[in-house]
Design a protein around this ligand. Sequence first.
Ligand code: PRX
Length: 645
Amino acid sequence: MSSVHPVPAEWAANAKINAERYESMYAAAANDPDAFWRKEAMRLDWMTPFTKIKNTSFHEADFGIKWFEDGALNVAANCIDRHLAERGDAVAILWEGDSPGEDRRITYRELHEEVCRLANALKANGVRKGDRVTIYLPMIPEAAFSMLACARVGAIHSVVFGGFSPDSLSGRIQDCDSTLVITADEGLRGGKKVPLKANVDEALAQCSSVSRVLVVRRTGGDILMKDGRDVWYHEAVAKASAECPAEAMSAEDPLFILYTSGSTGKPKGVLHTSGGYLVWASMTHEYVFDYRPGDIFWCAADVGWVTGHTYVVYGALANGATTLMYEGVPNHPDFSRFWQIVDKYEVDIFYGAPTAIRALMREGEEWVKKTSRKSLRLLGSVGEPINPEAWEWYYRVVGDERCPIVDTYWQTETGACMMTPLPGAHALKPGAASKPMFGVKPVIVDAEGKVLEGPTDGNLCITDSWPGQMRTVWGDHERFFQTYFTTYPGKYFTGDGCRRDEDGYYWITGRVDDVINVSGHRMGTAEVESALVAHAKVAEAAVVGYPHDIKGQGIYAYVTLNANETESAEVRAELVKWVRQEIGPIATPDVIHFAPGLPKTRSGKIMRRILRKIAEGDTSNLGDISTLADPSVVESLVTSRSVPA
Ligand code: PRX
């Protein structure tokens, strides 16, 4: 059992939320949500004030989720315009390029101009309110400009992470029928070029909806510009006016779609709307990070993921913060890079992923210790469970035992933080997501859906709506209901396992469905399986997660080749390359285990429980295998298992 770190006295005295305030605000949100959220929503500027607040039900008969439904606002105006009078010359975005020496500072006034110009350019290129725009960009300021310009004109953005393949990109463009794509010639990550425009060209061969591509010049690399379709971003914005009125949007009008993996089928287009999402993003950004005006806030996530949406862009800018955007990776040019950036900009709050912490930890303390980091006040963790060893290292080595760590648990679906310790209110237990945010009502249920009380272990559900909850799956409302509200009727099921300890702290124990979390990137095992079986040599595939020192979970693929194929190192390499091409480098299998047969029940169902145990190397107790069609398959898999060190 690792240690408990009590709330430091100065945090208890000075933080926005101390223990007492947490309890009273939590109770207020639970007991009178309308009153609580009426007050919190006033943190935003509304064009039409709302009179209705919470109108939600998780039950089939009257299912629906609406917040502030008769109010109107514009998200971009809230993130920019309203700060101009007082903070126009304050830096909104601090941008640090992939290699040291390249940076940009964008004030709120400059951000306003950039976003207005681009918003006008979008309109000039046919984008109207409600249209979908796909953004496939590296971590450059234009990514934030693009998101905000869409919000300004009422277009719905769909950001696709630059590490996805042309095929994945085209699937995401087709699913929401985007009419315009914003990309760059190439991306730069750790000194390596990413052929973004070439990927778009390949993707668009299958997408008829797209009539325009705006191309940011990032590297100046040689690319193809298709006549009549492709337009240089800098030329489009140069022609456009620097004034663009912000569209009045209903609170329930869509703001963005973000694709995420589930346990079945294709990735889902998670849809977030305008009012509730921004209230939730802004509120959590302020309270979870104890944000103070003037703080330099660095969320190290890519804008291709929800963490980047909510904390690099929307939550931070809604609060008038200076948000740091870093293009590169933690180990380029060396392992000190993160902490050198912290020193360069005197970062107050650093929010990163456990996988990066574990990778840096492996390289030793010196890389960290040779930097000062004295500006840091608070650290955060997100995306996957953080193991206590990595937590303690982060606390001791990076934070010099001075900075609390907020381990924030949430999902693409939840819009922003659902559970976390608050630095002024909660003693820290390494690895615990700790306590629910205001308005979040967690319960732990058993397999039958019975709510378990006290210290316990089971499946995590949320019993009532919060403002930043996703509203639907794009184009498939039925799938939304089926996926999240039918396993335990009347409750939102997170898909996560969870334990509650004797102090009422929550500990996320990982996914209980067929979703794996690789370096904080969420992946459906079914997606990797369908990529594998699409290969001509593969007859059958089953994919599971297994514990990985750096990535948290690695991808372990059992593959049965067609009868006339021979298992070899070449075929293995070919399959790994194939999956990278089909989905993207983030889906690279760590292990391909050739399996002459897979363990199946007599009715033909693959026994994943057994495959997981073998992948984990936990073969002493495989449970009952007598129901298998051919129990000898298990023995052969156990003896042929090999996991790279
Ligand atoms: O399993 C949980 C894990 O990541 C999943 C959500 O992934 P995604 O939608 O990509 O969003 C990640 C960024 C918010 C969750 O179902 N997860 C996320 N944060 C934590 C976590 N598991 C444990 N502790 C966390 N802090």
